[in-house]
Write a protein that binds this ligand. Structure first.
Ligand code: ADP
Length: 557
């Protein structure tokens, strides 16, 4: 507005300047009427109020009023300014007209002194109107620009927002697992760049996830297929992982115990102590742990500290082996060696004593020497029998292991007859009859020499342990989907507690009696192995005073 006022003032000044000359012409000599007429005419033409004031303050011309009725104008500030030599400008309410005007006054000089002041003014309302018009135009233009800008930016925004929202949808679908989909096509170069980068990022992430998954699956597979039990615990002894073998060994479900403390999960004090010993120490710990449940199993455990790549302690890893079977086999082997030594020592001692006696010449006569030589010979036979049985047993075992025992479908009867013939001499000596009952055509897959050996051993026992007299029945038949060969005697029978162990090597019910009868304690062990090599099994039924029945069960051919 100030700018407008300045402009208007300058404009008024220019008009006043223009009128200076015509008014000057009418000032000397002073022609009041002409001045007033000029003011009225020019004022109406130029829509400007023009007033001419003499130094006395008297108004001699005015565009709108009758100068005669106007009061002296010397007190008007612009007029005062003009009389003092400059040009006066003021904005105020006209006392004459009563509305707000802008005034510009200029002095008119005549002969060196100010002869009059010419004042031009227009109502400020015109200025205001002009301002309002300008303001209106500015506002309209602003509005138009705003509208245009709005439309433009909406267009641009649509051009960006639509592909962006498509990209967002695609990103969400990737997050949901559709990792191999392509990002939506777009015309915008920037968004295409962004979507390319996102697509690369998605596929890279997918690669990493796949790698991690593969590694986890591999580890899982390794842990699952391990025979050794693996238990990982954290520093406080809480279970982190447990593989199926470990949960089998300790009898707890792996998924249920994860996160639980070792005290709760594995109720074995020895193992718990072992875990904490591992956690507290620097060096690996190993040792045997007895598990009292399930018939006293023995575990061999190995504990190491678990550290992350930076070396800080994560917990401990325990690897557990079930060595029950190993320890049992070791025990059997020890026992076997002790048994063999013991069996051999008895005849050796006897032989040694007899030989020493002979050397010392204590037996002077032939008869005495013959007696001692007889003792030597008897014990040598015994040693021979033991060694023969041992060799036979080990060769059967080995052949069985190497699957070298060939089975052929053959009729059973001739084999049983041969076996009976072998034992007949002894049976006849003891007055025992052996009766055979076997269908002519009954056949089985057998290794003839081995099966004969087994039946001979059973018959030999039946005859050997019977008191004399009576009958031994050998019967072969198909029974319950199997071929069963029974050897039944009427001997003393065996008490129940011995039955489960009869087939062990060197196991005898009555040691002295067995030895006296020339037994090695290996006969039934050989039978058992032969039958196993045939894919069959042994059964025994016996009670004191009721005789014994040993049965060979073979699969049907
Ligand atoms: P041995 O060489 O001592 O006979 P075996 O292995 O053949 O060894 O038999 C083991 C033990 O089983 C024998 O010592 C004997 O006590 C008992 N035994 C085997 N067969 C019979 C039977 N038919 N009647 C009674 N006892 C038997």
């Amino acid at each position: 507005k100030a700018l407008f006022l300045d402009r208007t003032a300058a404009d008024l000044k220019a008009r006043a300047l223009l009128m200076k000359a015509p008014i000057l012409a009418r000032l000397d000599p002073l022609d009041v009427e002409a001045i007033d007429a000029f003011c009225k005419r020019t004022g109406i033409d130029s829509e400007t109020r023009i007033t001419v004031i003499l130094p006395s303050g008297q108004v001699v011309g005015d565009s709108y009023e009758d100068p005669e009725r106007m009061d002296p104008h010397l007190d008007r500030p612009e007029v005062l300014d003009a009389f003092q030599g400059g040009s006066g400008v003021s904005v105020r309410t006209s006392r004459t007209l009563g509305n707000k005007l802008i005034y510009v006054a200029l002095p008119i000089s005549l002969g060196g002194s100010t002869a009059a002041v010419i004042r031009a003014s227009i109502p400020i309302s015109i200025v205001d109107e002009a301002i309002r018009t300008v303001q209106m135009r500015v506002a309209l233009a602003g509005l138009a620009i705003a509208l245009l800008a709005g439309i433009l930016s909406a267009g641009v925004a649509r051009g960006i927002a639509h592909p962006l929202s498509q990209l967002k949808d695609w990103a969400e679908s990737v997050a949901r697992g559709r990792v191999h989909s392509r990002p939506p096509p777009t015309r915008s170069k920037e968004i295409a760049g962004l979507s390319d980068a996102m697509s690369r990022m998605a596929s890279e992430l997918q690669d990493r996830v796949e790698t991690v998954l593969r590694q986890r699956n591999e580890m899982e597979a390794v842990l699952t297929s391990m025979v050794e039990g693996v238990v990982a615990v954290d520093r406080e002894g809480r279970i982190l992982r447990m593989n199926p073998a470990a949960s089998g060994i300790f009898g707890c479900a792996a998924t249920k115990v994860e996160g639980r403390s070792i005290h709760e999960a594995i109720r074995n004090t020895e193992f718990q102590n072992f875990v904490f010993k591992t956690l507290s120490g620097e060096s690996p710990v190993e040792g045997e742990i007895a598990v009292s449940s399930e018939g006293g199993r023995v575990l061999y455990a190995h504990g190491t500290l678990l550290r992350d790549p930076k070396g800080s302690l994560l917990g401990a890893l325990l690897v557990v082996n079930d060595v029950t079977q190993l320890r049992r086999l070791e025990g059997i082997r020890r026992e076997f060696v002790a048994n063999v030594s013991h069996e051999i020592r008895t005849p050796l001692t006897a032989i040694k004593a007899a030989v020493e006696t002979l050397e010392q010449g204590s037996a002077r006569d032939n008869e005495g020497r013959g007696r001692f030589l007889g003792i030597v010979s008897k014990h040598v036979d015994r040693l021979e029998a033991i060694i023969e049985d041992l060799l036979r047993l080990s060769s059967i075992e080995q052949d069985e292991e190497e699957r070298k025992i060939r089975l052929v479908a053959e009729r059973l009867r001739p084999r049983l007859e041969t076996a009976i013939e072998v034992c007949n001499t002894l049976a006849e000596q003891k007055g025992i009859r052996v009766e055979l009952q076997c269908p002519e055509e009954l056949a089985a897959n057998i290794n003839a020499p081995l099966l004969e050996q087994a039946v001979v051993n059973l018959l030999d026992n039946a005859v050997k342990y019977s008191e004399g007299g009576g009958t031994v029945h050998v019967r072969a038949a198909v029974q319950g989907g199997e071929i069963v060969v029974d050897v039944r005697d009427q001997g003393p029978g065996i008490t129940k507690e011995h039955l489960p162990r009869l087939f062990e090597r060197f196991y005898r019910v009555d040691k002295a009696r067995s030895r006296k009868l020339g037994g090695t304690g290996l006969g039934l062990a050989i039978v058992k192995h032969v039958v196993q090599a045939h894919g069959g099994r042994m059964k025994v039924k016996s009670a004191p005073g009721e005789g014994s029945t040993f049965s060979i069960h073979l699969p049907l051919p």
